[in-house]
Design a protein around this ligand. Structure first.
Ligand code: PSU
Ligand code: MN
Length: 301
């Protein structure tokens, strides 16, 4: 594992650092917009006074903090792999490159000493789980990794109530940021309630300290931050195109690691790009909030 000088210095000085994942760049967003977004997210973190640490594996080496060349590779390299936690060892051993999902990014960030991580929407339990047991490895990693993930809930392509049940069983703490409802990724709300609500980054940092003080299992904190209503995808359009996307995935037999990128891309095309804008609005807001939480965390530690 290699931590960039900038990130290593910030960690050594106790300055705020925010981890960013790379799968959203390589597999979650269309080219060439994805490279712009990768750069923009890093800039949002810097504007908020923190240091960005985009995480990926390059030529077998897990990297914490990428330079422009690294971001460029993640955004444009053809056939780049999608790496969950379980894929890290083979990728390292075989010298391969890949983008890291929430599960691999959380693991690597925590190992590097980065406590706060921003993404779009988490993976979770896929619809139809009674026949195909597709549950994202994100949930398992978050049940045993001490990291704070700021996200707009879980992707709305999933079975959201089932995912929330699994998070409860796995003892992952979930708080709504200025909301009583679990966000719906492209949508302001999923319609599901959330048990805890916080109003400030300082309260998030306080929960993180309390997690450490309790000394229980190393679980994550999910800070669920909704996309503003003014920037959400039209709910009726969302429901209609998502139904088509799920049908298309079934007709084409898309499964496994390919299903999430397939559905996201279908939504982008089927909504004339509107889902992309909502996704980006969510990720930008999460990145800003993550930087504020990271700042609060290092101040009061
Ligand atoms: N958030 C986004 N877009 C994405 C993802 C998250 O806004 O593409 C990625 C994350 O890397 C997450 C992954 O870990 O989707 C989930 O994939 P799977 O369902 O195969 O575990
Ligand atoms: Mn899966």
């Amino acid at each position: 594992m290699r931590t960039s000088d900038e990130v290593a210095d910030a960690l050594a000085d106790g300055r705020p650092v925010v981890a960013l994942e790379s799968t959203i760049i390589s597999h979650g967003l269309p080219q060439p917009r994805n490279l712009q977004v990768a750069l923009e997210l890093e800039e949002i973190v810097r504007q908020a006074g923190a240091v960005p640490a985009t995480i990926a594996v390059l030529d077998g080496v897990p990297r914490i903090g990428l330079d422009k060349g690294g971001l460029d590779r993640i955004a444009t390299e053809p056939g780049l792999r999608k790496l969950g936690f379980r894929d890290l060892a083979p990728a390292s051993a075989l010298g391969l490159s890949g983008a890291t999902t929430v599960s691999a990014t959380s693991f690597l960030a925590a190992r590097a000493g980065v406590r706060v991580f921003a993404t779009g929407g988490l993976g979770g339990v896929h619809r139809g789980w009674t026949t195909v047991q597709d549950e994202s490895a994100d949930l398992d990693t978050l049940s045993r990794t001490r990291i704070t993930v700021v996200c707009a809930g879980v992707k709305s392509i999933l079975d959201v109530p089932a995912t929330l049940q699994r998070l409860e069983t796995r003892q992952v703490t979930v708080v709504g940021y200025r909301t009583d409802h679990f966000p719906g990724f492209y949508l302001h709300t999923s319609g599901e309630p959330v048990d805890w609500r916080i109003e400030t980054p300082r309260e998030a940092a306080g929960i993180m300290r309390a997690q450490d003080a309790l000394g229980g299992p190393e679980t994550a904190l999910i800070v669920a931050n909704p996309v503003p209503v003014t920037e959400q995808l039209d709910p009726a359009l969302h429901d209609r195109v998502l139904a088509e996307a799920l049908q298309a995935a079934e007709d084409q037999g898309v499964t496994g690691q390919a299903i999430t990128p397939f559905l996201l891309e279908y939504l982008v095309n089927g909504t004339g790009g509107a889902s992309l804008e909502a996704n980006l609005a969510a990720v930008r807001g999460n990145t800003r909030l993550a930087a504020e939480i990271a700042a609060s965390w290092v101040q009061e530690k």
